[in-house]
Design a protein around this ligand. Structure first.
Ligand code: BJ8
Length: 422
């Protein structure tokens, strides 16, 4: 095993706390992931990525930085990654899904803040996130109130924040505002990287991101099969890894996994018995290593067939129209592609209801679990409309955080819900 201690020290991590974190993560991964039966062989790559999550990938980015590339961290799928790649930058998703550094975070933000916000603050404050340390720019956005106010504080801690103004509505004025924000972002990225974004570079960036989206769409489409060729836990992991792996390598390995899944489908090989209850999870993002709900559902005899979430369908549903012949046209198409995203921070947000309905049909869903992080008002509120929209499909709403304290209680509720689906 490679010793990365020197690199972590250079990045300013708290070595003692960091060793503890890796130990917990390794143990949790063993229990939740490696104990699954009948996994596709193609998951070995993703197991390796997790085993090197703070090792090899950090070393790659560290070396890329030394050769002059810039690193841009993001928290939201509204940030156009094509622009970052067009300037030869590296885009990294910074959302965290573990209860870490809570005490430190609560010195800056209220206790009743969603776990995702507490976690990104906590990881940084406890000296545990090498990705944040590597960033040259951290991009926030005006989505929910919690995030936009936390970014002000995060800027005073890191000094690296850049905030994109995301409108709350999708009318003509909002579209103009958002388009101007995309243009401003392009200029901001040019400023930090010292590179001019050209048509050719934008085309390259667009192809890279679209190829990754196509691979994730392919994976999503293969989850239609019964028996299911890949567990929901594994599919979730692939989606989580997509936010920080090298995009070319990730696309190649995901397509390779999909080749194998196609063979499994032909052979009728599944990870659960044919006819196992099929669940769609819908709601707040499931940042790595938040595997709690999937492990409860799949540990109770059902399968998770889809995530209507930013770590899931919302991230790859729409491709960018690559048919552009100038930088201006590319930015217009980008603005329109990103504004189609159906986050609950928008009002009204009826596209989301339509998207959920068509997902339940496509994936032959038996039940929907609406998942909201505690204090995530946009998704907690929208659960009402989702329930009304899907009408005939059994529905349950859950609110939880990253702690394991409610594991038993959630399991009891999920088991009762799954009984209804049989
Ligand atoms: S596009 S879901 S990634 S904003 S969970 S911090 S909403 S209180 S993360 Fe999100 Fe972009 Fe929307 Fe997706 Fe606030 Fe809710 Fe916390 Fe959230």
């Amino acid at each position: 095993m490679t010793d990365y201690t020197e690199m972590w020290r250079n990045l300013g991590l708290n070595l003692e706390n960091h060793a503890g974190l890796l130990e917990v993560l390794t143990e949790g991964y063993k229990n939740i992931y490696l104990s699954q039966k009948g996994r596709p062989k193609g998951m070995e790559y993703f197991d390796f990525v997790i085993s090197e999550v703070h090792g090899l990938r950090i070393k790659e980015i560290y070396e890329a930085k030394q050769s002059g590339r810039k690193v841009v961290g993001t928290f939201c799928v509204y940030v156009p990654e094509e622009i970052i790649l067009a300037a030869d930058g590296i885009g990294i998703g910074l959302c965290a899904g573990a209860e870490v550094g809570t005490n430190e975070a609560e010195k800056f933000i209220p206790r009743n803040t969603c776990a995702l916000i507490k976690a990104f603050m906590g990881f940084k404050l406890a000296g545990l996130c090498p990705y944040v340390q590597l960033t040259d720019l951290i991009v926030g956005e005006t989505t929910c109130d919690g995030k936009k106010k936390a970014y002000e504080i995060f800027d005073s801690i890191t000094g690296k924040m850049y905030v994109m103004e995301i409108p709350n509505m999708k009318n003509e004025e909002s579209k103009k505002l958002w388009h101007s924000e995309v243009v401003r972002f392009k200029e901001g990225v040019e400023g930090i990287t010292g590179k001019t974004i050209t048509l050719a570079n934008l085309q390259k960036g667009a192809t890279l991101v679209n190829e990754r989206r196509r691979a994730l769409q392919r994976l999503s489409n293969l989850r239609v099969a019964d028996p299911l060729p890949i567990s929901g836990l594994d599919a979730l992991l692939v989606n989580q890894v997509s936010f920080y792996d090298d995009p070319v390598r990730f696309t190649q390995m995901t397509n390779r996994l999909c080749d194998e899944l196609e063979e499994r489908i032909k052979d009728g090989t599944g990870v659960a018995a044919k006819g196992a209850p099929r669940v769609l999870i819908s709601g707040s993002p499931l940042a790595i290593p938040n595997w709690k709900l999937h492990s409860i559902i799949e540990g109770s005899g059902a399968v998770v067939v889809g995530e209507e979430s930013c770590v899931g369908e919302r991230n790859f549903r729409d491709l960018l129209d690559e048919n552009f012949s100038s930088v201006d046209e590319a930015l217009e198409k980008m603005a329109s592609r990103y504004l189609r995203i159906d986050c609950a921070c928008f009002t009204p947000n009826d596209e989301r209801l339509e998207n959920i309905k068509s997902l339940t049909e496509k994936l032959h869903v038996d039940g929907v679990i609406h998942y909201a992080l505690q204090f995530c008002t946009p998704y907690m509120m929208e659960a009402y409309k989702v329930e009304k929209a899907i009408r005939t499909i059994p529905f349950m709403r859950l609110e939880t955080d990253y702690s394991m304290e409610d594991f038993g209680q959630l399991k009891t509720r999920v088991e009762a819900f799954l009984e209804m689906l049989k």
